[in-house]
Design a protein around this ligand. Structure first.
Ligand SMILES: Cc1ncc(COP(=O)(O)O)c(C=O)c1O
Length: 552
């Protein structure tokens, strides 16, 4: 090669390398742009920031004065807190006694108890307003504790309870009868499996089914299959979406190690679509349609209620358009679109989110309610994606097992659940569901507005969240007023209220009265006092100052 050829070759190589670097830089920048600007959108950063937050807590003086109220307001709060403490102590005595007995030995209980309210307030609340962890029975839309107190159930049992507890009790009792002869035999199938497979295929419009023990496991398997068949490494999840507690779908807070093969992208964003169009390492996109209620935000819990900036608003048309765009990009790029319907399946429509939004996925996960009251996870999908081996490579398999998968009792209860779903009355139940629950939410909001209370609700059908309209550091107190008014909430408090579909108008009216009454009591007791200059931003600034003062 003469020297001029060598120079050309050198330049060509240089140009090639530059082009490759620029292309890499472009895809890297696209990825950065597709991250939501909040900490929730930045898994690594959120862990780093979390590690910097120092622990401190308010003593019983500061507890009532975190927003520097006039002394008369602090005194009103203190007196109200003492009344509530006494009410909790006497009304829930046995339930609380039993809870205290086991609390030291149940790590889950210690965790949930600690994170019911912002950490600065947590100890004083724990010492006084003890929430009992036990219940004795359920019936209709109510649950009863060990002291005989009856509560309207707004926990929905984490979303399992779609049709009312009695419905599931029937499924479980019938299942017990049907599965008794086979008992705990695993590996071989109970005959109920055949009907389950047939019905799930019909409902999902997909070709094959696999059974698992929890929603988390179903999601793990769906992602594993997508990686296996696309031979690509990464999963995409959207900012804030919960898909169970497996590390790869929980790359931020809560997971001690980074998830290297997960992209967390902005929900409902053109920037995210651009990433899907251009990257070659994306195996699948996971969608939890519950995020339609609060895109890009975590599941709302009261321990995060440091101010009143919690937001939520469901726009069905906008979310439908988003899913359609996602569907198109995934089809174009050979990316597996997974709907994680563990929460919303069978709640929004008989055919779940696929039917409700009119968009079809390649793989769908179900869980919670489909077990008819028992633990469950289900994956269903297109035939070519569900296959766990390759005909031409016998050693290249996609492994998935699970000792208790397809447990006879669970399969029989699922059959009972799915059989009941086919009844005409159940089909009618789904008609007009949105109108019913939107109407109920609007009714409650009108009552709250008419009473001048700084509280509203937002909903995705029968899944509700509570919002606060006046800047305050004490919104989390509402959960204790609601419980005192006979409304059962899960440990995340007012973040999520889940109604079962058997709530009658009279039941709902009773809930509404109690809700408005509880909020009125809280207003009267001074927790929502706010001076003219207070904003959510000023609250956050004040908290930051507090933390810096503790740290340095
Ligand atoms: C959308 C979604 N996916 C997965 C899971 C995990 O299910 P499980 O708790 O049964 O493991 C949940 C649980 O809340 C969920 O809401």
């Amino acid at each position: 090669m003469d020297s001029s050829h060598a120079t050309y070759a050198f330049y060509a190589l240089g140009a090639g390398a530059l082009t490759v670097s620029l292309a890499k830089l472009k895809t890297r920048l696209e990825l950065s742009k597709a991250k939501h600007r909040s900490l929730t959108g930045h898994a690594r950063m959120s862990r780093r920031v979390a590690a910097l937050i120092p622990f401190y807590e308010y003593d019983e003086h500061r507890f009532f004065r975190a927003d520097d109220p006039p002394e008369a307001v602090a005194e009103r709060r203190r007196a109200a807190f003492a009344r509530l403490t006494e009410l909790y102590r006497t009304r829930y005595a046995e339930t609380v006694r039993r809870t205290a007995e086991v609390a030291d030995s149940i790590s889950d209980l210690q965790f949930t108890d600690r994170y019911r309210v912002p950490f600065q307030f947590s100890r004083v609340v724990r010492e006084h307003l003890r929430a009992g962890a036990f219940l004795a029975s359920s019936s209709g839309v109510t649950v009863t504790d060990l002291d005989g107190n009856s509560f309207y159930d707004l926990t929905g049992s984490y979303g399992v309870n779609v049709f009312g507890y009695d419905f599931y009790k029937e499924c479980m009792a019938r299942a017990e009868k049907r599965a008794r002869a086979l008992g705990p035999v695993l590996g071989a199938y109970h005959p109920a499996v055949s009907a389950n497979v047939r019905r799930i295929k019909e409902i999902s419009g997909l070709d094959e089914v696999s059974f698992h023990m929890s929603g988390t496991e179903a999601v793990m398997q769906a992602v594993r299959l997508a990686r296996y068949h696309t031979r690509r490494s990464h999963l995409v999840r959207f900012c804030g979406a919960y898909h169970g507690w497996w590390g790869d779908v929980q790359p931020g807070l809560g997971n001690p190690v980074p998830a290297h093969e997960t992209y967390t992208l902005k929900d409902m964003s053109e920037d995210a679509l651009r990433v899907l169009r251009h990257r070659r390492d994306i195996a699948c996109v996971l969608v939890n349609p519950l995020q339609a209620l609060h895109p890009n935000a975590n599941a709302p819990g009261d321990s995060g209620l440091i101010d009143s900036s919690r937001g939520a608003r469901f726009d069905r048309a906008a979310y439908t358009a988003w899913l359609q765009q996602l569907r198109a990009v995934c089809s174009e790029r050979g990316i597996v679109l997974i709907f994680d319907e563990v929460f919303v399946g069978f709640r929004l429509a008989r055919g779940g989110a696929q039917e409700y939004f009119g968009v079809r996925a390649d793989l769908v996960t179900y869980g919670k309610t489909i077990g008819g009251g028992f633990p469950i996870g289900v994956v269903c999908g297109r035939k070519e994606l569900m296959k766990r081996f390759r005909d031409d490579r016998p050693a290249d398999i996609c492994f998935a097992r699970g000792t208790f998968n397809s447990h006879p009792y669970v399969m029989a209860a699922m059959d009972e659940f799915l059989t009941r779903l086919d009844a005409p009355a159940m089909r009618d139940l789904y008609a007009g569901l949105d109108d019913l629950w939107n109407g109920r939410a609007a009714q409650l909001n009108e009552r709250l507005a008419a009473a001048g209370l700084p509280v509203r609700v937002a909903n995705l059908s029968s899944i509700w969240t509570v919002l606060f309209t006046r800047p305050s550091r004490y919104n989390w107190m509402l959960q204790y007023y609601l419980r005192a008014a006979g409304l059962a909430l899960s440990w995340i408090g007012s973040g999520r209220l889940i109604f079962s579909l058997n709530y009658s108008e009279a039941d709902f009216a009773a809930v509404m009265d109690r809700f408005v009454g509880a909020a009125a009591d809280m207003e009267r007791d001074g927790w929502w006092w706010c001076d003219a200059g207070t904003t959510n931003r000023s609250i956050k600034r004040g908290l930051l100052k507090e933390m810096l003062a503790r740290r340095f």
